[in-house]
Design a protein around this ligand. Structure first.
Ligand code: ZN
Length: 118
């Protein structure tokens, strides 16, 4: 940044701006938050582990539609799955990104975390 000559000098200190590639992680994660249904599924999985059929029933959606959202969330590293016999269970990842989004969702919704009430 220091080697870029700004057209106007407003007397501010120079700032180091991370590269566009460095911001990509934020874009990738926030892209997952562009759909209210997907956010709702992610929020549920922040609090409990569930299989696709139960998520579908709770969301009142088809299981292929739910599976699509789960696949996207899993590819972004926000959800993990565990196979048990014939069933596959999903839950939010135990990562700082997932914790951050969990808190962000509840902050924006002015919602008390059901996990914290107990
Ligand atoms: Zn919560």
């Amino acid at each position: 940044m220091n080697d870029i000559h700004l057209p106007h000098d407003h007397g501010q200190e120079p700032i180091d701006i991370p590269s566009p590639d460095d911001f990509e992680i934020v874009s990738t994660i926030l892209k997952q938050m562009c759909d209210a249904v997907r956010i709702r599924i992610f929020w549920l999985l922040c609090h409990r582990e569930e299989c696709v059929l139960d998520i579908s029933a709770m969301m009142q959606m088809s299981s292929p539609a739910v599976s699509h959202h789960l696949k996207q969330l899993r590819q972004a590293g926000l959800v993990v799955s565990r196979r048990s016999g014939k069933e596959v269970f999903y839950r939010a990842s135990d990562t700082s990104e997932a914790h951050f989004l969990h808190e962000m969702i509840e902050d924006l919704m002015h919602l008390t975390c059901p996990g914290r009430e107990r």
